[in-house]
Design a protein around this ligand. Structure first.
Ligand code: SF4
Length: 374
């Protein structure tokens, strides 16, 4: 936090006052933060908000990602992961192959993160059975599975309501949902980049229904392509509004667009300044979402470390094997050990805290994995 007159240099004195008082920022104020040429003026405000919530702690989770298939009926222009069925680079794992991947990890996994493309044929019963088997194999791990886009796709394929899909997957063992597929809620952007994908209102409605039955979730924003700063802030405001109603979002994850190997491959990737500012504005706008993630796989480990000073409080986790970002050219390693993550967080000057999917601290994980919305 700088002296009040420092913020005045950039016309941020009213925003600085509101941040100090814990007041909500408007969309116009979020835009003003993006327009501010001084990254550290914005970052210092975000760090103030982050420190008030989390002190000197920075979280991580011992998790494993499973991508069951990259076959997808959609053709989002920013996606390097998906392939059509029959493409030599397409893959789909059998239930046994997925379970083998989970078996190769030690017993200390606390989160299993399962996502894939919108597969044209796999029935909902395949996923119910798979989740049940994962549950048997790792009864104490949190199963965080299927984006809102996948849930809506299952509903369409089966010809049943979204609420029925959510109820069946919850009964099978899904305890939480990842936040992917939100992209940017702007209809303008979605029409140009992902016209076949579940629309913004549909994404928010799946999350609303999930939260209503006690499945909490994360939320993401894919940025750094053709969206404007205002569209980013409006995306955050839409999440904030839903969070006021449901309280079901646990963590917000700004995801850096990786252009390599996508039809938008000629675009320049985001800069470090843009990445850090986006983390900072997220922290400041999303006053009702407790956690902001610096996802090291997409941001790089070095920038994620710096992001802990710009509003982020979570480093994500051990991950083990990651395909979505790496097929798009992410240069980070595939996974990290607990020891590596802790050393990186400590070196940045923060206290590493192991958490579960709901950010309960190690030693306080309930043995039954209860995840009801409070
Ligand atoms: S982003 Fe998701 S929905 Fe879009 S093509 Fe890729 S896997 Fe399919």
């Amino acid at each position: 936090m700088f002296e009040p007159r420092y913020y005045k240099n950039f016309g941020l004195e009213e925003i600085a006052r509101k941040v100090a008082d814990g007041q909500r920022l408007t969309v116009a104020e979020g835009e003003k933060l993006f327009a501010c040429p001084d990254l550290n003026a914005v970052g210092s405000l975000a760090h103030q908000a982050r420190t008030r919530l989390h002190g000197n702690e920075a979280y991580y989770v011992v998790n494993r990602h499973i991508n069951y298939s990259n076959i997808c009926v959609n053709g989002c222009r920013f996606c390097a992961f998906s392939r059509k069925k029959g493409d030599p680079l397409s893959f789909e794992l059998s239930e046994e192959e997925i379970l083998d991947k989970i078996r190769t990890n030690g017993n200390d996994l606390t989160e299993i993160h399962v996502v894939g493309g919108c597969h044209p044929e796999k029935p909902l019963s395949f996923f119910e059975h798979l989740i049940g088997k994962i549950r048997e194999l790792k009864p104490h791990a949190f199963i965080k599975a299927f984006t809102a886009v996948e849930i809506a796709h299952f509903a369409k394929n089966e010809g049943i309501p979204v609420g029925d899909v959510l109820a069946r997957l919850k009964a099978a063992g899904v305890m939480m949902m990842p936040g992917g597929g939100a992209e940017v809620f702007s209809d303008r952007v979605r029409k140009l980049l992902c016209p076949e994908k579940l629309e913004a209102a549909g994404w928010l409605d799946v999350m609303r229904q999930a939260h209503a039955i006690g499945i909490r979730s994360n939320a993401t924003m894919l940025y750094g392509h053709i969206e404007t700063p205002r569209e980013r802030v409006e995306h955050m405001a839409a999440l904030r509004e839903l969070q006021d109603r449901t309280g079901g979002f646990v963590c917000f994850i700004p995801l850096t667009f990786q252009p390599s190997n996508t039809p938008m491959g000629k675009m320049e990737p985001t800069t470090g300044v843009d990445d850090l500012k986006t983390i900072a504005v997220s922290r400041l706008m999303l006053d009702n979402i407790a956690h902001i993630k610096a996802y090291w796989v997409m941001m790089s480990v070095k920038l994620a470390q710096a992001a802990l000073y710009y509003g982020a409080d979570d480093f994500d986790g051990t991950v083990v094997e990651e395909k979505i970002g790496h097929m798009a050219g992410a240069e980070s390693q595939q996974g990290m050990t607990r020891r590596e993550i802790e050393a990186i967080i400590r070196e940045a000057g923060f206290q590493p805290v192991e958490r579960d999917s709901l950010f309960r601290k190690a030693g306080h994980f309930p043995s039954n994995g209860d995840c009801k919305v409070d």
